[in-house]
Design a binder for this molecule. Structure first.
Ligand code: AMP
Ligand code: MG
Length: 328
């Protein structure tokens, strides 16, 4: 049996997970940095949180998995994209454990991590993927060993749009679940800018518009209209991609995948195209060590590891630059 540890630290979450090569997740321990209400992630404060949380998160992950460092075949860490100070905490911890115990090291792209974990957990084979998180809003499919982009945001991600609206009405980040609850109580749609360019999306006009209406409209109706507009834009580009490449599975991953209204709209889209919808279970939708551990496993099995002194982090690392030896 092959056993690997994954460390996630790109943004608000420090997490560690142990998985085996059958896809069994023994532990997925998380500690999440919460900024004060009304403010976003402060990179230095988040990295301080991660450095403080790291020892206990790692210890709990190993304890829950009934294992120790010496039994690990590899250590994977999220190498980017993300906030520099946060990435460096995870990479430093991983590099140290790797060098001290002589365990091979695997750098993992955070977005690839979301997709590979989602594919494994939902048994998706060759899906069209919606990667919807704090850092990404992309429509992707695997072609020639890479995730190719069939549509993406030109400015804000869906997560940023929702969090920045949340911040403007005084909610703590990440605001997704609270905005979703407000939206459920919305009763009337307020007209909002709907911007699709080619097969790409732009959310900045939508954010400006919703912020301007904070004093004149109810928070419930604003949250409802924001979600309806943004998700309809995403539905349009998803539908166009499906019509073009005829995938039979639609996999939704990333923190925003937890949104029930989004899932409902995507179900309608996939039904129209004879496509099966696959949503990652909520526990694994957001950032977590399991996404890194499992993707690390795929690299390790493909013979890809790096020396600790070659361990890198990259704050902006496009997903379509990443080679995936296990995907044709
Ligand atoms: P990730 O970067 O994958 O952890 O995703 C984090 C993003 O997902 C944040 O912007 C959250 O606000 C967002 N999010 C989490 N839960 C929900 C939800 N129920 N509805 C919409 N967005 C959500
Ligand atoms: Mg993420």
């Amino acid at each position: 049996m092959t056993l690997g540890l994954g460390i996630e630290s790109t943004a608000h979450t420090f997490s560690a997970s142990v998985v085996d090569d059958k896809g069994k997740i023994y532990a997925n321990v998380k500690s999440i940095y919460r900024p004060p209400s009304g403010s976003g992630i402060h990179p230095r404060e988040a990295s301080r949180h991660h450095a403080e949380a790291a020892p206990s998160v790692l210890m709990s992950a190993l304890k829950e998995s009934n294992t120790d460092y010496k039994s690990l075949d590899f250590i994977a860490y999220s190498a980017g994209p993300g906030l520099g100070p946060c990435l460096r905490v995870g990479a430093t911890v991983a590099r140290f454990i790797s060098a001290y115990y002589g365990i091979p090291l695997v750098p993992v792209h955070h977005g690839v991590g979301h997709i590979e974990l989602g594919s494994m957990l939902t048994d998706a084979n060759d899906p069209l993927v919606l990667l919807l998180s704090g850092g990404h809003t992309m429509v992707l499919a695997a072609v020639n060993e890479r995730w190719r982009v069939f549509g993406e945001t030109l400015d804000l991600t869906l997560g940023q749009l929702i969090d920045q609206f949340g911040r403007a009405i005084g909610l703590a980040s990440p605001a997704g679940p609270a905005v979703e609850r407000l939206a459920e109580k919305g009763t009337s749609y307020i007209d909002m800018p709907y911007v699709v360019k080619g097969n790409d999306l732009s959310f900045s006009g939508l954010l400006t518009s919703v912020k301007r209406k904070i004093l004149s409209e109810s928070q419930e109706n604003l949250a409802f209209s924001l979600q309806e507009t943004a998700f309809a834009m995403l539905s349009e580009v998803t539908e166009r991609a499906l019509a073009l490449i005829h995938k039979k599975e639609l996999l939704i991953v990333g923190g925003v995948a937890a949104n029930a209204r989004l899932q409902q709209m995507m179900k309608l889209v996939s039904n129209r195209h004879g496509c099966e919808i696959k949503s990652v279970p909520i526990e694994y939708a957001g950032d977590c060590g399991a996404q890194i551990a499992w993707t690390g496993m795929r690299y390790f099995k493909s013979g890809y590891t790096v020396q600790p002194q070659r361990a890198f982090v990259s704050q902006s690392w496009r997903i379509d630059e990443v080679k995936l030896p296990w995907r044709s």
